[in-house]
Design a protein around this ligand. Structure first.
Ligand SMILES: Nc1ncnc2c1ncn2[C@@H]1O[C@H](COP(=O)(O)OP(=O)(O)O)[C@@H](O)[C@H]1O
Ligand SMILES: [Mg+2]
Length: 257
């Protein structure tokens, strides 16, 4: 059955857009049908990350009944389908984000996975995405401020009766100053879908305007996004980057993995 996921964090700059485009591209490469929707209605993200040209018809037009849904879906050179938001201020002023739920229902009829890249914060834009989603995927960095925001996001989605699919920890440096993974799991009490390491390849891919799994398929970040997307599909595989060595045993012992 088709599913709509809101990729959300509360905090900005944690890796939501990076995760949305890489999970979407991984799922596409695995043969799944997926559309990434830019839920940053007032400050578009997806098109910017993917270097999409300014397109004539966007999600904003569909939300305003000015265009048909199918006309706002574009195929990126990586093969991933995206529905960009509008860069034009004129288009962003008129939007009614509440209509996003209607759009996601229609999208489920033409694709299997819809990933909504959410706006920062827990304002009306993010709430609309939670309302439009079947499940939410939390993105957080291993820092107390980010984990606190993740907790707020989980509470909000509970209040809104949208279940949490799981958590992806991004920008994981494995340093002493990072919160430990078992601690994060204890605080958030949601399934762990993936751990994406801090990786220079992500920044390089952003400059090239392509997902890291395309530009640097052998990088640690790319492998971790591949693992996370397979786990999203329910495949029983170990988490990166702890596949080998001491850590996986230790974490397993702590009920992790
Ligand atoms: N795993 C990573 N390693 C290194 N840099 C990253 C990683 N994930 C994201 N970034 C960088 O962090 C910044 C914020 O990421 P972004 O996906 O735009 O966050 P958000 O959508 O939550 O605001 C970007 O400059 C991005 O390149
Ligand atoms: Mg973003």
């Amino acid at each position: 059955m088709a599913k709509v996921y809101a990729i959300i964090s509360g905090k900005g700059g944690v890796g939501k857009t990076t995760s949305a485009i890489n999970l979407g591209t991984c799922l596409n490469e695995l043969g799944e049908d997926v559309i990434i929707v830019d839920g940053n209605l007032t400050t578009p993200n997806v098109g910017i990350h993917l270097g999409a040209p300014i397109v004539p018809i966007t999600l904003n037009h569909v939300l305003n009944n000015q265009a048909k849904l199918e006309d706002a879906i574009y195929e990126h050179e990586s093969g991933t389908k995206i529905m960009p938001a509008s860069l034009s201020l004129k288009e962003t002023k008129k939007i009614n984000p509440k209509k996003l739920a209607e759009i996601s229902k229609k999208l489920k009829k033409i694709t299997n996975h819809v990933l909504i890249d959410c706006a920062a914060g827990l304002g009306e834009e993010a709430k609309s995405a939670i309302r439009a989603a079947d499940e939410i995927i939390i993105i957080a960095n291993p820092e107390i401020s980010s984990i606190t925001d993740a907790l707020k996001t989980i509470k909000l989605s509970e209040e809104m009766h949208t279940p949490v699919k799981g958590l992806i920890i991004t920008r994981y440096k494995g340093k002493k100053t990072d919160m430990s993974v078992p601690n994060i799991k204890d605080m958030l009490e949601v399934p762990l879908i993936g751990i994406i390491p801090e990786d220079e390849a992500v920044r390089e891919s952003q400059v090239i305007k392509n997902p890291v799994i395309i530009t640097h398929p052998k990088s640690k970040a790319a492998k971790s996004y591949d693992t996370a997307s397979r786990r999203m599909l329910g495949q029983d595989i170990e988490l990166e980057p702890f596949k080998r060595g001491f850590f996986i045993t230790l974490f397993r012992g702590l009920g992790f993995g």
